[in-house]
Design a protein around this ligand. Structure first.
Ligand SMILES: [Zn+2]
Length: 500
């Protein structure tokens, strides 16, 4: 028996048993990046979370349709609709076209997605590809739910039931920052279409029944999620910063569009479950903008950390807990990952040694919790059941990691079966444990003066000298390396051999 999948719904503040809208399917929408800058690793935490959610839904046997959007227009410098368009601003600052800016940062984001082993969604929906449907959506709700001001078409939040319920479930005042615009009927009302001010031209603007302008950011997500997944779909995800304004506004638009009532029926919001990951925090303050270091994945890589060490760091915390970033913590996550990789490699070596033919068949269609039920798993049945239970209980990755380590440490288990169990668990965790090697995980800062090949060559010479009991040469080589900043680590239990 596999455990029922229970997930925390931010809208009801309860753990709910997942029941798909369409039997056998799971349809998930995740708010994607606004592509005006490189993603901060804190932003990437949201996609690691959404990826683990998607992998868990696949593990539970659902056919997953995942959508992540790319916001290339309409997101103002303040979520609460104040300020200017983030992309227009970046384009002006860089004297580049907005399309070039969007393309550059979209590609940077995709490269981080790949480096973190995040599975590509079924659709990357790009906001500017959906302008027509956005205008149609706005048009269909305009009469009953909107009013026009000089600055654009505004959504009247008093026209839907329970406006702001999602935000109120998590904050005392229940309202985030709001834009002061003259003529607004309610403080929380927001623009769903922003008209270009007279005398101005924007790089991105379109004709609409409310004048030339651009869609509001909240409208974009309502339209793309509804178009690609159909209302109501199963799960909408995002960072907790979206609980205050962006998601309550999406929900209000969805209610208006679908003509649904009170949010006591969560599906009236457009999705059955709303899930949010907590922040990545950096308490030391060393990482502030003033130090000139922007905490993006490439900086971690430049400092010698494999990107999957960051994925490991994310998995070590529950997605609803704050995650504190520190270089020490990242180092510890890297060490933990390396221990796992080394354990897998020794199982592989034993497997090769035994020439064992009993390798449990790899699951071409992907592993599911059903594949790990049964007597053939022997002693591994317990960790596999525990793993399934941990992931099924609101994606408890910290416990799942411990279970995986316990399975790896088990004695007198057929190595073929153990490898299959690791493959099954890693299909959910996504650490790439069967493919990573110890060498992949070496710390190798970008600015290191000495190349890895040189170090390896020196170490090989040293090994020969030691074998010949020529300790003077061996010590000389060690000192030479030390002078170049390479510390030789004889007998290190983690087998690092050397570090810079
Ligand atoms: Zn969104």
């Amino acid at each position: 028996m596999t455990a029922p999948l229970r997930l925390f719904n931010s809208l009801t503040r309860e753990l709910e048993t997942f029941e798909p809208v369409h039997p056998g399917e799971a349809r998930v929408y995740s708010c994607g990046p606004t592509v005006y800058n490189y993603p901060h690793i804190g932003n990437m935490r949201a996609y690691v979370f959404a990826d683990v959610l998607g992998r868990t839904l696949s593990w539970k046997g659902y056919t997953l349709t995942h959508v992540i959007n790319i916001t290339d227009v309409g997101h103002l410098t303040d979520d609460a609709d104040e300020g200017e368009d983030k992309l227009e601003k970046a384009a002006r600052a860089n004297a580049q076209s907005i399309w070039d800016i969007a393309r550059h940062y979209t590609e940077a984001y995709w490269s981080d997605i790949k480096a973190l082993n995040i599975r590509a969604p079924a659709h990357w929906s790009i906001a500017t590809d959906y302008i027509e449907p956005m205008i149609e959506f706005a048009n269909s709700i305009a009469d009953r739910h909107c009013y026009q001001l000089e600055t654009g078409l505004y959504f009247d939040t008093s026209t839907v039931a329970d406006y702001g319920r999602l935000a109120r479930a998590h904050t005392e005042e229940g309202e985030g920052r709001i834009e002061a615009v003259e003529g607004k009927r309610n403080a929380a009302d927001f623009a769903i279409w922003r008209t270009t001010p007279p005398g101005e031209t924007r790089q991105m603007e379109w004709d609409s029944p409310w004048g030339r302008g651009a869609p509001g950011w909240h409208l974009e997500c309502s339209v793309m999620s509804g178009q690609l997944l159909g209302f109501p779909f199963d799960i909408h995800t995002g960072g907790i910063d979206h609980r205050e304004i962006h998601h309550p506004n999406e929900i209000a638009q969805n209610q208006a569009f679908c003509c649904t009532g009170a949010l006591s029926q969560p599906a009236n919001s457009g999705a059955r479950l709303w899930m949010h990951n907590n922040f990545l925090v950096e308490r030391s303050g060393k990482m502030s903008k003033s130090s000139g270091e922007f905490l993006r994945l490439q900086l971690l890589i430049d400092r010698g950390y494999h990107p999957l060490a960051y994925r490991m760091m994310c998995l070590q915390a529950h997605y609803r807990s704050e995650l504190e970033f520190s270089w020490e913590g990242l180092g510890a996550a890297l060490t933990r990952l390396k221990r796992m990789v080394m354990a897998v490699q020794s199982v592989k070596a034993r497997h090769a040694e035994l020439g064992s033919a009993s390798m449990a068949p790899a699951q071409a269609e992907g592993w599911t919790s059903k594949h790990v039920q049964g007597d053939e798993w022997g002693k591994l049945a317990t960790p596999l059941t525990n793993f399934d239970e941990a992931m099924s209980e609101d994606l408890n990755t910290p416990v799942a990691l411990t279970v995986l380590e316990e399975a790896l440490a088990m004695k007198k288990v057929d190595p073929a079966l153990k490898l299959a169990a690791v493959e099954a668990m890693d299909s959910v965790l996504g650490l790439g444990l069967l493919h990573l090697t110890r060498a992949d995980l070496r710390l190798r800062p970008k600015d290191a003066a000495v190349s890895e090949a040189e170090i390896d060559a020196a170490l090989a010479r040293r090994k020969e000298a030691r074998a010949a009991k020529d300790f003077a040469t061996s010590d000389a080589i060690r000192d030479e390396l030390a002078a170049q900043g390479v510390e030789v680590m004889d007998g290190d239990p983690l087998g690092w051999e050397w570090k810079l």
